[in-house]
Ligand binder design. Sequence first.
Ligand code: GDP
Length: 459
Amino acid sequence: MTETTIAAIATGLTPSGVGMVRISGPDAIPVAGAVFRPVSGIPLEGRKGYTAAFGHIHDGPETIDEGVAVVYRAPRSYTGEDVVELSCHGGVYLMERTLRAVLAHGSVLAEAGEFTKRAFLNGKLSLDQAEAVIELIEAGSAGAARAALAGREGALYREILNVQQSLVAEAAHLAAWVDYPEEDVEELTPASLEDGLEHSRQRLEKLYKGYDSGKLIRNGINTAIVGKPNVGKSTLMNLLSRYERSIVTDIPGTTRDVVEESVQVGGYLLRLADTAGLRQTEDKVESIGVEWSRKRMESSDLVLAVFDLSHPIEEEDLSLLRLMEGRAVIAVLNKNDAATPEDCRAWEVEVGKVISNVVVMSARSGGGLEKLEEMIPRVLGLNRIDDSAAMLANERQRDCVKRSLDALEEAVQAVRLGITYDAVSVCLEDAVSPLMELTGERVSDVVIEQVFERFCVGK
Ligand code: GDP
């Protein structure tokens, strides 16, 4: 348990209905009690955990606001310490004033992520579960939120722990077999050892291989809409943007100054980057279209290649198609409302010779959009992913699993080559320790600092 009592505004710093100051630590209840007076007259100090009181927030003799105080008693709280959540009206001034009053009565301002860090240090969460808290806050789509919630509830933790336990059991069996041959230890053959290790290796490999797909679910799908001028790229873009309009967002790029338009399609976030560029090309000569398309495609996870059904297929269309080989691409045959069924069929046949994922639609009317929506996860293989199952959520976790996998592969190799069981034991230790680092069971302070640096203050 830590000595200090920390406090911070836990809600966003924008005017809103309700704002909340969270206080955690040994003096959380007396600190809150010094600024909050319940109308019932029963002081916070006399209350049980999981109870709420209505009252007034004071700063010295001055009443700042009315509010609600929720008391949590250690260890039954988010941090595992005594916690009070003081809710006031969500005005920025009111929240800051409430925080100042709380800080003046024996608490210090929490550092970024300190509440969650304390939860981790007090054993309420594993390190990967703590990381899932950020994922949850940052989730921008249904899939991302589901994956984060599964992580928060321990799907990855359980899987890693499971593999770790079976590796530890193998190591123990190995040690017993080597060190106490005279005892009644179950026989350990190279084949049975290899089987056991191989089973764990496969489980880790499955996690490792799923990382990139998981990333598309969590971070969104970088999508390029390409095609010649006037085929309907902007119209398609507008159609997608209108779709679920309420959650269309402009997310400023984190690493570049480009503004990305993000749209939700079928529970996934499509990041349609550099939309200004998309519109600019309308003014450019046609030949630039292909060069520009090539550049856009290189940095994308998914390409929507748009073609105009009301025009006959041309050599340039075919050259655009050939650029796409080996990519996750959907050919959007647009303007079916302006083409005859025969023309549509002819286009479909030609395009289908190069690309297997073809949608015939009208970006203007929206007809056929549901087919596009259904095809996107399929082209990326996302429909085969259970986003509530164990999934690696970031580079740190991926690196841990990679190191464990490498050591396990070495162990399996050592068994196959008939190398001494001592050497196999060493490899097994090397395989277990990155897994303990992943869950935070055995991890350096530096890594812990790095994990919680990503959090905001108040979380
Ligand atoms: P871009 O240059 O590829 O971005 O093409 P635009 O989206 O600007 O569209 C070019 C023209 O095609 C505009 O006049 C659109 O209204 C029209 N258009 C786009 N989609 C459709 C469609 O599905 N059906 C028809 N009939 N016209 C369309």
